[in-house]
Design a protein around this ligand. Sequence first.
Ligand code: ATP
Ligand code: MG
Length: 319
Amino acid sequence: MTPIVEIQNLTKKFKRRTAVDNVNLDIEQGEIFGLVGPNGAGKTTTIRMLVTLLEPDDGEITVGGHSVHDDPQEVRRLVGFMPDSFGVYGDMTVQEYLDFFAACYAIPSAQRGGLIRDLFDLVDIGHRRDDMVDTLSTGLKQRLGIARVLIHDPSVLVLDEPASGLDPRARIEIRELLMEIARLGKTILFSSHILADVAELCSRVGIMEMGKVVAVGTLDQLNQSLVPHRLLHIKLLDTAPLAEAQAALVHMPGVTAVRVQENGRADWLALEVEFNGDDAAMQALLTSLIQRGLPVVHFSEDMKNLEEVFMRATKGIVS
Ligand SMILES: Nc1ncnc2c1ncn2[C@@H]1O[C@H](COP(=O)(O)OP(=O)(O)OP(=O)(O)O)[C@@H](O)[C@H]1O
Ligand SMILES: [Mg+2]
């Protein structure tokens, strides 16, 4: 399938500083794609070129096959963009705000009422329709911002840090809202510093640093390529056979280290095993422990979190 967003050799310089440096990225239809990276990595600059607000110095971006350079109008029709700051709309109610943007997109007034009601339902803000926009909390403003970018029914939503400044509840609500929007068939690209959100939501992640995409893939792929070993946790019913288990494990294929993990309870010791085999080797390892009569009560792989992947990627381990 042709990707809905194709970014090729994208470059942008501000005076001598290269903000975006030869970036290549494809985003498939229906994906939730997360762009992460430290401050100044070039996320916003990339996003602004994608949504036609900034002209690239070099390279090309297409959305649905339309070039941002040759056909920006069509790209704007396909894309809904929410910037990282909300802007000030002092004298408008929530209802007026959405009506104003619907009018900007030339949606006939007869259709606007129904459309706005649907959006109120989706982002769950109808109860505040008569309140002034400026009086809304940050979380509600973000939800209103998301309603606004949906108003012309775009295929691709581009959100620059949609969860920044939100409390945990508001963040989870935005997460759920984005998942619901993805279920409607939209493609979502968002940037974030909140790695938990990215890990929770995204089908794929791109990590940027100093203008370059230093890693891209599913979380599993990034884990495998950036974190050199897998980590297994094995618990036994009692501590007596611990030494036997440890001795057996060190000789098993794929095992590179075995440690006893203390957790303060003498009757509940676990073994931590560094492992570089595949799933079949992991299964063979478990079978072998059981065949030796070792009382395994817990066997799991510790899923490395995105933070570790992020730290490794942005330390220049990948180049
Ligand atoms: N209009 C501009 N003029 C000059 N330099 C700019 C401009 N916009 C961005 N830059 C520079 O380009 C680089 C990338 O900035 P950008 O805002 O894209 O990073 P970012 O990844 O979005 O960072 P953050 O996580 O802080 O939002 C930074 O060094 C920034 O200072
Ligand atoms: Mg930014």
